[in-house]
Ligand binder design. Sequence first.
Ligand code: 5GP
Ligand code: ZN
Length: 113
Amino acid sequence: MEDCLFCKIINGEIPSTKLYEDDMVYVFEDIAPEAPVHFLIVPKKHIKDADELEVEDQELLGHIFLVAQKLCKEKNLKTGYRIVNNCKEDGGQTVDHLHFHVLGGRSLQWPPG
Ligand code: 5GP
Ligand code: ZN
C-alpha cells in the first residue's frame, strides 16, 4: 500500500528497531513507548483495521498471539503483559494498518480512558 507508514516500515523504507520477522508478521519497538516493554506486531498483509478482518485471516490472528507469547517469554515477562488493538477513531487508532501493541514491564492500569 502506497503511503502507509507501517507498509513502509515493513519494506525498510522507514527505519525501525526490529525484534522479529517471519513470512506473516513484522515486529518492532514502538517509537513512543508507554511501558518498559512496548512493541508492535504488524501483519505483512495490509489490513486497515480489525473491522476489515476476514475468515481467511484467522490463521494470521492466531499466529500473532503466539508471536506475542514467544517474545514475552524471551523478555521474561513472567508476571504478565497486555496485548492491545485499537480499532478506528473511537478506539484510538492512529495508523491505518492493523497492529497489536504488546506492553509490559510494569503494572498496567485498567480501565483505559
Ligand atoms: P495506534 O495509535 O494506531 O494504536 O498505534 C500506533 C502506534 O505507532 C503508536 O503507539 C505510535 O507511537 C507508533 N508509531 C507511530 N509512528 C511510528 C514510527 O514511525 N515508528 C515506530 N516505531 N512507531 C511508530
Ligand atoms: Zn500498510
